[in-house]
Ligand binder design. Structure first.
Ligand code: HAX
Length: 427
């Protein structure tokens, strides 16, 4: 049995026992209350689900299985996936075994390319990526085992199989979409022995004489890996998966949510905003001009992309990691300089406006400038990069949820009439 599966198989009985004991002893303990505003306000802050792969304390940012993301930024994405699933980092042998396993599963079925080629030429890369994942549903080992009558306590095993099969193929699919959609020439084959992110960088075909772009890809795929359970994409994936839909259905559903401008698409919007500023002022603008431009954006009813967060109340540590990478490798790049200037000015503007609860940059505020620097300039593609990484979080959450037997999700909705009667409005 492969090491990842073996590690999980050893841990799952303890997880089940721990949760069952907690539930038995404290099942009736109240952990959250819900106000009328929260019922209308996207359930913000309501604690009503469990996610053990990662957490996001508002004052600290992403913590993966107990380790702050800043301490993981030099790891490989494959190590992060192992950590997300099991709660421990792999040793060298386990990492190599996982890499070999992924390489053995990496071949993309030919029909995926046919489906993508049949899509209208101006299709959004996210729509192409989600379609590619969804059309592979026929490969699902979970679905086949379920149809054959698998026991409930075995669900996690084919869920892990589907996850590995899917994750292994995502770099090739995502890179293939990039080359097809933006007319970059034929697909580039993976190289044997290269890591998951290194191969993704290679297959994209971006010129990379110093290997810096591959390093950026490694960092990018680590930083976006997971962000606890309640964000739109993770929550959607969890909800769909809770109906025992397989990983192909659940992950593509989650990624459709990531494609929204308030969520993953913000990285595309963010760079557009930065470039708009850069172009308008010919690459040279004073802090005062930037402040005014930010106010103009707010006064026209738009958000400043890359700033604010539903949970965080600090500068996102993932932004810090990207900012550090850019300032280290190309501090004089005009777009990077502008990102840095926006970071100095925009939080003050948002604080002065007083609406955003979090005036600080999130993960999307710098990533686009880095990609742009290396020549990956097609902004509509950026959320696909995010998706390749976030698929690791979604898959690990699906595996863990199958392992601990999470039931179908079904919160209760109420009507406005019910809320009025509950609060005594209108007699
Ligand atoms: N610019 C302008 N206004 C902002 C703002 C920003 N960057 N961030 C929040 N606000 C506004 C909200 O629109 C809201 O206004 P209304 O009361 O008029 O509706 C008010 O401030 C309160 O919002 P909040 O409670 O602070 O924030 P929410 O939890 O409702 O929303 C968002 C969080 C991330 C969606 C929000 O901050 C936003 O729209 N930011 C810009 C888009 C963005 O960067 N999204 C990416 C987030 C990270 C992510 O998920 N990546 O995938």
């Amino acid at each position: 049995m492969a090491v990842l599966k073996k590690t999980l198989a050893a841990k799952i009985p303890d997880w089940r026992q721990e949760i069952s004991a907690l539930n038995k002893a404290h099942g009736a303990t109240v952990i959250s209350e819900v106000t009328v505003s929260q019922a209308y306000g996207g359930a913000r802050g309501v604690k009503s689900m469990v996610c053990d792969t990662s957490e996001v304390p508002p004052e600290h940012g992403l913590i993966v299985r107990g380790i702050p993301i800043a301490q993981l930024k030099n790891k490989l994405p494959e190590e992060i996936f192992f950590l997300l699933c099991t709660g421990e980092l792999p040793d060298r042998k386990s990492l190599e075994a996982l890499q070999e396993d992924l390489a053995a599963r990496a071949k993309v079925p030919a029909y995926v390319w046919k489906v993508l080629e049949a899509m209208p030429p101006k299709s959004h890369p996210m729509c192409m990526f989600d379609t590619a994942i969804l059309c592979m549903q026929r490969e699902s080992k979970f679905q086949k085992a379920y149809d054959a009558g698998m026991r409930k306590d075995e669900y996690w095993d084919p869920m892990l199989e589907d996850s590995l099969d899917m994750l292994a193929k995502l770099p090739a699919i995502a890179a293939g979409i990039y080359r097809m959609r933006f007319k970059k020439g034929p697909r580039i084959a993976a190289k044997k022995g290269l890591d998951w992110a290194g191969n993704y960088a290679r297959m994209l075909g971006i010129k990379d004489p110093k290997g810096e772009f591959a390093d950026l890809m490694r960092l990018y795929l680590v930083l976006h890996c997971d962000h606890e359970g309640g964000n739109v994409s993770a929550h959607t994936c969890h909800c769909v998966g809770s109906a025992l839909s397989d990983a192909y259905y659940a992950v593509s559903a989650g990624l459709n949510g990531l494609a929204g401008p308030l969520h993953g698409l913000a990285n595309q919007e963010c760079l557009s905003w930065t470039l708009e500023v850069n172009e308008k002022f010919g690459g040279q603008l004073s802090d005062e001009q930037l402040r005014k431009f930010a106010w103009d954006t707010l006064n026209s009813g738009k958000v400043i992309p890359g700033y604010g967060h539903a949970v965080l109340r600090i500068t996102d540590p993932r932004f810090d990691a990207f900012h550090e990478f850019g300032m280290k490798h190309f501090p004089d790049d005009p777009v990077m300089r502008l990102v840095d200037q926006v970071f100095r000015i925009v939080p003050g503007v948002l604080k002065e406006q007083g609406k955003a609860k979090d005036p600080w940059p999130n993960v999307d505020a710098a990533s686009g400038a880095l990609l742009y620097h290396y020549g990956l300039i097609e902004q509509s593609y950026y959320t696909v990069l995010f998706s390749v990484s976030r698929a690791m979080g979604m898959c690990s959450q699906l595996v863990v949820n199958r392992a601990i037997g999470t039931p179908i999700e079904r919160p209760k909705s109420v009507t406005t009439a019910w809320l009025k009667s509950k609060t005594g409005v209108g007699g």
